[in-house]
Design a protein around this ligand. Structure first.
Ligand code: ZN
Length: 540
């Protein structure tokens, strides 16, 4: 990493420290919020701050504290980064751990704190912890809802059972939004949240209307670097039920169109592997009950992060968190499950034996935005139907499909003439060449790496040899055409084909993949699609 980014990081941390020092609380209560004696081992926000400072001071090389933003009442949303060379942004797989979305789930904060304690405390003595801290960047957001947690402690006889944040809702005296229904993926879609401000599962007036979820969104968005999300896996801790949950919450369908088959199988495999370690029950989130607008659906649906929710501990008779003697055993039994997920962040699909295909230098199922650039040189001549990523609606012409209508994986593809409709000819590629360029891809040394992709090229009988689909690999020492499909004066329907192109001549280089389609010469009906663009791992 460059010195510049190190300086930037220090400036960022300095401003973050200023936030932490200022910490203007608007609690508005004469009585300090604290736990009853039976729960004295739990941490208030003030006690958490003291503990975090002590851990960071003892482990300055691998722990840095910051805040992702502020709560509605102005509390810092305390966070830590754990990694070797912690001040640098290294190209390592990243993991997000968070807790306490719900104010009355204090044990979930104890779990995030326990995670920091064992990652920092066992670094250098525990081989697994040391390896993972050295090879990952781990982000911990200790409490997403510190206002709700503080308010929960202000009951006359112990807890208030307060779940939401403390944001007023206009037009009503009802306070608070359920932060885990306020995320912006299929928000409010499916009966898994409430539109009533007085309800415990009130979803808020719009996605990310709560400052706490907006801060988490902004942090996760900030980890998109070079077009690619760096966070590969996530755990959000809640209580109760001793379950390991994976997306989606919004639907009971195991694999809806917005989840690929590989991802669904990997979720199940990783979830079961974690459950075998903490003794919890693994299941899809919606098997418990339907939720919409929750964090896990957003992390996966928008960012393709392998996001799990863990419901800690058995439900107590009172519905409150268990007495503090439960903190040690319950967090301890989650240690190896968490370490397993941090390990899997290196290649989540290794859980289903797909590491060679999916964990090479590049893998894009085109479901999430990953840094492709349309018309990168400003020289494209196409006047309509330029490359775009999205659902490829089926179009038919002359009795054949001109766009395939279904994607080889998930629902999205790279396509020309994406805005298809009943009239294929109105929406196809026209006027010349359209280009889309991949982000830079650093190929490791080693032979056997393949560029693989799925492609379709279709045209009407009015096409000519001037029309084409072309895929070019551009390296440091030259370029090579990996695929060229050329038009002809006959009707050619859409069909998915597979390309495999050896990259040995580019091993060790930084490459880009340039994809071009053309309706050149005489105007004709031309459409192209691509999906599942990969560089496989070296085999030797
Ligand atoms: Zn919860």
């Amino acid at each position: 990493m460059s010195e510049d980014s190190g300086v930037m990081q220090r400036v960022l941390l300095a401003s973050v420290l200023a936030v932490l020092v200022a910490a203007p609380f608007g609690v508005g209560s004469a009585r300090a919020a604290d736990f009853p004696a039976s729960h004295a081992g739990y941490h208030t926000d003030a006690e958490l701050a003291v503990e975090l400072d002590a851990i960071a001071a003892a482990h300055p090389d691998i722990v840095q504290l910051f805040a992702i933003g502020k709560s509605y009442q102005g509390r810092p949303l305390r966070a830590a980064k754990v990694s070797d060379n912690v001040a640098e942004d290294e190209p390592e797989p990243e993991v997000l751990i968070d807790g306490l979305h719900h104010g009355n789930e204090h044990l979930s904060l104890e779990m995030t704190l326990a995670a920091l304690r064992f990652l920092a405390g066992d670094y250098g003595s525990d081989a697994t912890v040391t390896r993972l801290v050295d090879t990952r960047e781990i982000w911990i957001v200790f409490a997403v809802n510190p206002d709700g947690a503080a308010y929960d402690l202000l009951g006359q006889k112990g807890f208030r059972d307060w779940r939401k944040n403390r944001q007023p809702n206009s037009g009503t005296t009802a306070v608070g939004t359920d932060l885990n229904r306020n995320y912006g993926y299929r928000w409010g879609c499916c009966g898994g949240s409430s539109g009533s401000p007085s309800a415990r599962t009130y979803r808020g007036r719009r996605p990310f209307s709560a400052p706490e979820t907006a801060a988490l969104r902004d942090f996760v968005d900030s980890r998109v670097i070079g077009g690619r999300q760096q966070i590969r896996a996530a755990i959000s801790y809640h209580t109760f039920g001793r379950q390991v949950l994976w997306p989606y919450g919004y639907t009971r369908t195991d694999r809806p169109a917005d989840m690929t088959a590989d991802d669904q199988r990997a979720f199940v495999a990783i979830g079961r592997a974690m459950a075998s370690r903490n003794g919890y029950r693994p299941m899809q989130s919606s098997d418990l009950y339907i939720t919409d607008g929750d964090e896990g659906d957003w992390l996966y649906g928008t960012h393709r992060i392998f996001a799990f929710t863990i419901e800690l501990a058995a439900r107590t008779a009172s519905g409150d968190d268990p007495p503090d003697e439960a903190i040690g055993p319950e967090t301890k039994r989650n240690r190896t499950a968490l370490l397993h997920l941090i390990d899997r962040a290196g290649c989540p699909w290794a859980a289903i034996g797909r590491e060679i295909a999916n964990c090479g230098a590049f893998y894009d199922d085109l479901e999430a935005r990953t840094g492709w650039t349309v018309d990168p040189d400003g020289s494209d001549t196409a006047t309509a139907g330029r490359w775009a990523r999205g659902d490829a609606a089926q179009t038919r012409y002359g009795g054949v499909g001109i766009q395939p209508g279904t994607a080889p994986s998930g629902r999205r593809v790279l396509a020309t003439g994406l805005a298809a409709g009943a009239t294929a000819r109105s929406y196809d590629l026209d006027g010349g060449v359209t280009t889309v360029l991949s982000p830079p891809i650093d190929l490791p040394a080693g032979t056997g790496q393949l560029l693989t992709l799925r492609w379709s090229f279709a045209h009407g009988a009015d096409a000519t040899a001037d029309d084409y689909l072309r895929v070019t690999v551009e390296g440091e020492t030259g370029s090579a055409v990996a695929l060229e499909a050329v038009g002809a004066a006959s009707l050619r329907g859409a069909a998915w084909h597979t390309l495999g192109f050896a990259l040995d001549e580019f091993a060790g280089q930084r490459i880009r993949i340039r994809i071009q389609a053309a309706d050149a010469g005489r105007r004709s009906l031309v459409e192209a699609q691509l999906d599942d663009i990969r560089v496989t791992r070296p085999t030797s």
